[in-house]
Design a binder for this molecule. Structure first.
Ligand SMILES: C[S@@+](CC[C@H](N)C(=O)[O-])C[C@H]1O[C@@H](n2cnc3c(N)ncnc32)[C@H](O)[C@@H]1O
Length: 510
């Protein structure tokens, strides 16, 4: 699409945004669309008659055939002929009443702007989904905005950066996000079809950053280069031979090898201080924990890296097979024998490697400026995250670096305040005066809770920025009749953890 066509299309679509669609179709229809069910949205959109928001939604998102005259009105200034020439729609004829239908899925999407306050509206083209076509996806299907795309976009640390690599860009959604805070974006994919969609979306949305597209597998197209941020929602799905596979989700490497390979090699394209954030599945084999699987990969990294892995979900091998067979459109209702054969293939493949369950999570890796890693954190968090995870990760990495550079004495010489989202809960028998348990809970971030003894609870409740941690520690030691040094060293460890997780804010790092 030429830039002048893109300008005209952008102008025609200007009023068709996530907000206007949500307002026009209502929450019930939007929630159903999130479950890939189009009926409620179709009913609402048809009720809107010739309203452009209803027409564009019916045509491009819901798979309806729409009379040509209504499409012409909705795309005023761009026109049906240019929509046909751009490959967006096909028309049954040139008459007003002839029907027009979409050849691609096009829908509005929105993101936070670089200032974190404003909203940026985009339109994203991808292949039509199964909910609209009713047919099994093609092997080279190009995915639109999915749950995993949103998870990665939310987990990405959005700071002003120089060069960003979006590995496996698909329709280009992560690259679009990166363009809000990067100087330059390189987006790669093994699929030419995906790169064409990414190129279309780049032209249509005219992002502020320079944005180059390259064809090739994994890190091959960027070997020898360095990036400040690498983001990737890679084709991490584990698929056995004999089960249906798709370019968008299967890397063609056995088991979880693609994710392991990425973790081992991504450091080679990170600039010092550069961060890689990606999603992945990992196999948990009999007699092994998920952390051990990740540790194996991290230990084998070609460049030593700081690592923070958050496992967000865990499925047993059978649940995993069912999930991805359903995603592939293989169901017992459609093809009983095919479903059974593919299910068997999954379980035989997992059993051959002793795989009992499969983890899913967000991996954040950083090439330390000093060359020596100081962080390796592997944790599980299946619950909801309040607010963008990326902002929490960025603040936690800063806090980690701040405390890692301090001795215990220096840490205790600081003054701290308690973050505004932190509360205290006490539990105990109703008949007892003193609580049995004290929990210090965080409202934002990962919503963590820390169990505190009397000393730590007393310490936190005294952190109002007046006294240093050392002064509070000495007072508590006297009050609780504990040796001063023992109190100080116990509290120093706890303070490090509370600072990293954002419960305590050091006054000097304002
Ligand atoms: C799950 S999709 C992610 C698309 C998009 N980045 C997002 O976040 O929604 C994975 C993408 O990786 C691409 N891909 C598959 N194998 C690849 C490989 N070996 N190297 C690079 N990209 C690959 C697929 O074509 C697909 O576009």
């Amino acid at each position: 699409m030429s830039e002048s066509d893109a300008d005209a299309l952008r102008a025609a679509l200007a009023g068709w945004t996530v907000d206007t669609v949500t307002e026009a179709l209502g929450d019930r229809a939007m929630r159903a669309l999130g479950r890939e069910q189009t009926v409620p949205a179709q009913r609402e959109a048809r009720r809107l008659g010739g309203d452009p928001i209803g027409i564009l939604s019916r045509l491009f998102t819901l798979g309806d055939e729409v009379p040509r005259s209504q499409v012409a009105d909705a795309l005023a200034g761009f026109g049906v002929e240019r929509a046909i020439a751009s490959g967006l729609v096909e028309a049954a004829g040139a008459g007003d009443a002839d029907s027009v239908r979409a050849r691609v899925d096009l829908r509005p999407t929105a993101a936070a702007g670089a200032d974190g306050e404003s909203t940026v509206d985009w339109w994203l083209a991808s292949d039509l989904g199964e909910a609209v076509t009713g047919a099994r996806l093609a092997d080279d299907h190009v995915l639109g905005l999915g749950g995993a795309s949103t998870t990665l976009a939310g987990a990405t640390m959005r700071r002003p950066v120089g060069r960003v690599l979006d590995l496996g860009t698909g329709c280009g959604i992560q690259a679009l996000h990166a363009s809000t805070h990067a100087r330059e974006v390189v987006a790669t994919d093994i699929s030419r079809r995906a790169l064409s969609f990414a190129a279309f979306n780049r032209t249509l949305n005219a992002p502020p950053a320079a944005w180059e597209l390259r064809e090739g597998s994994m890190l091959e197209p960027v070997a020898g280069e360095q990036f400040d941020l690498v983001v990737s929602n890679p084709p991490f799905v584990i698929t056995p031979p004999g089960a249906p596979s798709f370019e968008y989700r299967d890397g063609g490497v056995g088991g979880d090898g693609l994710v392991g390979g990425l973790i081992r090699e991504v450091g080679t394209v990170l600039a010092p201080g550069g961060v890689a954030q990606h999603l992945g599945n990992w196999e948990i084999r009999a007699g092994m924990t998920w952390e051990q699987r990740l540790e194996e990969w991290l230990d084998a990294s070609e460049v030593p890296l700081d690592a923070w892995v958050i496992q967000r979900d865990l499925l047993d091998a059978a649940e995993y097979a069912e999930t991805w067979l359903r995603d592939a459109g293989v169901t017992p209702e459609r093809d009983r024998a095919g479903f059974r054969a593919a299910y068997e293939a999954y379980l035989a493949d997992f059993d051959a490697r002793g795989v009992e369950s499969i983890g899913f999570g967000v991996v954040t890796l950083r090439r330390p400026v000093s060359g020596t890693p100081t962080l390796r954190r592997l944790e599980e968090h299946e619950g909801a995250v309040s607010g963008p995870l990326g902002a929490h990760l960025a603040a936690a990495l800063d806090a980690h670096d701040w405390q890692a550079g301090l001795t215990d004495d220096a840490l205790l010489a600081e003054r701290y305040v308690v973050a505004s989202d932190v509360t205290k809960e006490t539990y105990g028998r109703a008949t007892e005066h003193d609580p049995e348990h004290i929990l210090i809970r965080q409202g934002g971030g990962l919503g963590r809770a820390v169990r505190a003894d009397t000393a730590l609870a007393g310490f936190v409740s005294t952190c109002d920025g007046e006294l240093t941690a050392g002064q509070i520690s000495a007072a508590l030691a006297a009050l609780l009749d504990v040796p001063t040094a023992a109190m100080a060293s116990g509290l120093a460890d706890a303070v490090r953890g509370l600072v990293v997780d954002g419960f305590l804010l050091p006054m000097s790092s304002d």
